[in-house]
Design a protein around this ligand. Structure first.
Ligand SMILES: [Zn+2]
Length: 123
């Protein structure tokens, strides 16, 4: 599956959005999940060999609340235009390697190899 990417409206460069790691246990980095409920299920069944009931999950959450952490992912910024918000509304993914020979690079004013979008709309 391709992760959603965003493009800089100023220079057309495309940035991949890192996958959200979600929730994890400080005491055991192997245990991760996409949400808090699932984290409780995974951690509980690792110890007990079965999924918890609702009450057991509530108890587990209470017991482990200091051990639960949510990993935050900073949204990427264009290194050249950190003030500009990256746009999800773009088209025409292009990888430009040989800038000096590229018509597209000339047309868009691109001077560095990389991944670019042909059209980017401001959001
Ligand atoms: Zn930019």
């Amino acid at each position: 599956m391709v992760e959603k990417a965003k493009a800089c409206p100023e220079c057309h460069q495309v940035f991949e959005i890192p996958k959200k790691p979600g929730w994890w246990l400080k005491s055991n980095n192997e245990i991760t999940a996409k949400n808090k409920k699932e984290l409780a299920n995974v951690a509980f069944s690792t110890v007990n060999g079965r999924e918890p009931t609702d009450d057991e999950r509530k108890a587990w959450n209470k017991e482990n609340k200091d051990d639960i952490e949510r990993e935050k992912v900073d949204s990427p910024r264009c290194s050249k235009h950190p003030e500009t918000q990256l746009s999800e509304d773009w088209q025409g993914f292009t990888i430009l390697l040989n800038i000096s020979r590229s018509e597209v690079a000339r047309a868009l004013g691109i001077d560095e190899p990389g991944s670019y979008a042909l059209k980017v709309r401001h959001q």
